[in-house]
Design a protein around this ligand. Structure first.
Ligand SMILES: [Cu+2]
Length: 331
């Protein structure tokens, strides 16, 4: 395995104890897929709805078994930290379905060791540690998820979940340790649905993720705003991540350069919580040819789209936009 492969695996991240704890909420995860009403101040229900909650560094799912197809993941971050929620389809290896437990047992200890070494300034040893990661980890498929989101916030993302077994995780760091290693990981099964998946909904604002960066069409407005994201590139960047879409608020006190630097996991001082700005959500990466929709709550002010890659500005993966309006929106 090359050093590059190790870094890619490193980025793809670890696993720790499964903290999935189904609790009953008003999820309608087995409802017929339907395009929901998009009343301005209600979160649109596209397809099946899976409610995900974080209290601190954890993932609580409304259901651990759902039907495949168009799925809206509605995420409530009740914590004082910045998180994200990434969905990873687990491979079948030699006839055996890998699950979150395999990641916890076979992958996480290696990543934890490597990260610890990097934190100690032993980058070379850290890379060597990653060389012990089983090859099947490279077969995970990234299918979407919630973009980076700050404390005490709600956001949602809608994407297709093919039948399969999934790991859900956040690998932002606290005290240099990935949240995955601190229990922010869960398993999910999507069972084969009898009906074909509903199509990805349209939205007033469209973001095309192209080879040369973001192309945004439409004008985001204050309130609950949905963005349709079309991924047209599977380019893997220096940190071996593909471009995702995160929405960050640029207040007067925000240093946009610091935000861009923070987005590089390879920096042991970056990608930790608290983040240097308030993120409000977005959608996690998918391979080219896939689309999804994310919905976030916007207030009048300055924002940017930003990807979790180094030097996003130079790649067109840092795009400012303004949300018009004079008065602050009530939460
Ligand atoms: Cu997290």
């Amino acid at each position: 395995m090359s050093k590059a492969t190790f870094k890619f695996l490193f980025l793809s991240l670890l696993i720790h104890s499964c903290s999935s704890a189904p609790d009953s909420q008003d999820a309608t995860t087995e409802a017929e897929p339907a395009v929901g009403e998009s009343a301005p101040e209600s979160w649109p229900d596209y397809g099946n709805v899976l409610n995900v909650t974080t209290n601190q560094i954890d993932i609580q799912l409304s259901d651990s078994i759902i039907m495949s197809g168009l799925t809206t993941v509605r995420y409530v971050n009740k914590s004082s930290m910045t998180h994200f929620i990434r969905f990873e389809k687990m491979p079948v290896v030699d006839g055996e379905q890998k699950t979150v437990n395999d990641l916890v047992e076979e992958i996480d200890p290696i990543f934890a060791e490597g990260m610890s070494l990097i934190n100690e300034g032993k980058a070379e040893e850290g890379m060597q540690a990653f060389g012990k990661i089983p090859a099947w980890f490279g077969q995970l498929e990234f299918v979407g998820g919630i973009g980076i989101i700050g404390p005490e916030s709600t956001a949602q993302a809608t994407f297709n979940l093919p039948p399969g077994t999934y790991t859900i995780e956040c690998y932002i760091k606290s005290n240099g340790v990935f949240h995955t290693s601190q229990g922010m990981v869960a398993g999910l099964v999507a069972e084969q649905s009898d009906s074909a998946p509903a199509s990805i909904p349209e939205a007033d604002v469209v973001i095309n993720v192209n080879e040369d960066g973001y192309d945004m069409q439409g004008n985001p407005a204050a309130g609950l705003q949905s963005f349709r994201v079309n991924f047209h590139t599977s380019t893997v960047h220096e940190n071996f991540a593909m471009a995702d879409v995160n929405v960050v608020r640029l207040d007067d006190s925000t240093n946009p350069n610091a935000v861009q630097v923070w987005m590089n996991w390879a920096d042991p001082n970056a990608f930790g919580t608290p983040a240097p700005a308030m993120f409000v959500g977005g959608i996690q990466e998918m391979p080219a040819g896939n689309s999804g929709v994310f919905t976030v709550r916007l207030e009048p002010g300055e924002y940017a789209l930003i990807a979790e890659v180094p030097e996003s500005n130079a790649k067109g993966l840092f795009k400012r936009f303004t949300v018009p309006g004079a008065s602050a929106m009530a939460e």
